[in-house]
Design a binder for this molecule. Structure first.
Ligand code: NAD
Length: 376
């Protein structure tokens, strides 16, 4: 059998929740076979075994890692287990696809990256929003909008208290690592940082407006980029507003991201020409006639494609589509927002991992708390 036909022997840890879907995806992947599954819940393991009767079952992840049955694992478990399970799997010589977020703290991400380097194995993260955004990334990163001037991100959503009651780890600093930032919006953060680049400074306010739990359901932040451009970043799971915005504005063009992204080019020499048109220009000039163009459609994310990409990357010895270094930068951005709120100051990046640990340890121990932002 040629190497291109070889099926990668996969192990899945966590086959309930999102892991149930990942199991379906792995079973359907022509590049993979499901050799082992693991879950701490007997019911979830049983349901998984019914779908994958040829897979050996484990209730202890360490035993699956040491079994020799797999060459790669999918880790579909709560956030606090991402780092210890990824490190243990890499130490056992396995390639790893971990669910988002890569981990809760940058120090954990660094430990995972170091272990992957040492083991010479693949470490990747299930950030599906990375797929289909190469065109917009190239525009922003390679001068297609001119010099970045401003970034705007607004994402409104909801989650109710019932959702948070579906798992004891949810809605806790210790086990989930936060609220909307680390869970629902880490994909947004990953795509935002991947497109516009990492920021130099954040000033953030977190709040818990409507939920029973201790973590944030809302974040509003001011950003500064290394070139002095500024940004606003506001995400929540506590708003009924239908508005969502993702824009990168340069001195030559503005990029409006969406299902179909649009590029609006300013005429002539761009913003400087407009603002400095001389004394003959009308004092209250209209906005310049921007020429709008839809960006060419890119192949969107297809369910299962990151599991297949992972298996192919292991089989072919190539890099996966989602780099773990980039996923670490999403955690970096999220950590900066949390520190800025609780330390009540702007945070400059790169952060000190020891300071991140101090704040997250205090939050996990209940020594720092999120006060309600307003009273009814
Ligand atoms: N990529 C996405 O769009 C997406 C969507 C949803 C969830 N997720 C991520 O997937 C991960 C899991 O989330 P979920 O919503 O499925 O959670 P969940 O609580 O519904 O499921 C977690 C599963 O892990 C199992 N588990 C827990 N501790 C374990 C242990 N020590 N050993 C083995 N199994 C264990 C549980 O029994 C359960 O089956 C999280 O990181 C979450 O952020 C990603």
């Amino acid at each position: 059998m040629g190497t291109e036909q070889r099926k990668i022997r996969l192990g899945l840890v966590g086959v309930g929740g999102v892991g149930a879907g990942r199991l379906d995806e792995a079973l359907a992947a022509p590049e993979a076979e499901v050799a082992a599954i693991c879950d701490a819940s007997e019911a979830n393991l049983k349901a998984g075994a019914e779908k994958a009767p040829n897979a050996k079952t484990f209730s202890d992840a360490e035993k699956l890692f040491a079994s020799g049955l797999c060459e790669a694992v999918l880790l579909n478990v709560p956030h606090f287990l991402h780092k210890p399970f990824a490190v243990a799997a890499l130490q056992a010589g396995l390639n790893v696809l971990v669910e988002k977020p890569m981990a809760i703290r940058i120090g954990e991400c660094d430990a995972m990256l170091a272990e992957a380097r040492k083991a010479g194995k693949i470490l990747t993260v299930h950030h599906q929003r990375r797929i289909g955004i190469d065109g917009r990334r190239r525009l922003v990163r390679e001068g297609g909008i001119g010099k970045l001037v401003r970034a705007t991100y607004l994402q409104n959503g909801v989650r109710n208290n019932k959702y948070y009651r579906t798992g004891k780890w949810r809605g806790t600093w210790k086990y989930e690592g936060g609220g909307v930032l680390v869970n629902q919006c880490i994909h947004d953060i990953d795509a935002f940082v991947h497109t516009g680049g990492q920021v130099a400074e954040v000033r953030a306010k977190l709040a818990n407006l409507f939920h029973d739990h201790e973590v944030e359901d809302s974040c509003t932040a001011a950003l500064e980029y290394p070139n002095g451009a500024t940004g606003t970043f506001a995400v929540n799971i506590s708003s009924f507003s239908p508005s969502n915005v993702c824009e990168f504005e340069g001195d030559r063009a503005v990029l409006v991201c969406g299902k179909t992204s649009r590029l609006g080019r300013l005429p002539g020499g761009g913003a400087y020409d407009f603002y400095d048109a001389g004394d003959d220009a009308p004092m209250f000039a209209k906005k310049p006639e921007t020429q709008w163009q839809d960006l060419p459609a890119e192949e969107p994310f297809a369910p299962g494609s990151l599991v297949r990409d992972f298996a192919q990357a292991v089989r072919d010895g190539r890099a996966p589509l989602v780099d773990a270094e980039g996923a670490r930068e999403a955690v970096h951005f999220f950590n900066a927002l949390v520190l800025s709120h609780f330390l009540e100051k702007p945070m400059r990046l790169p952060l000190d991992p020891a300071q991140v640990d101090e704040v997250f340890d205090a939050l996990a121990a209940g020594k720092m708390r999120l006060h309600r932002a307003f009273t009814a």
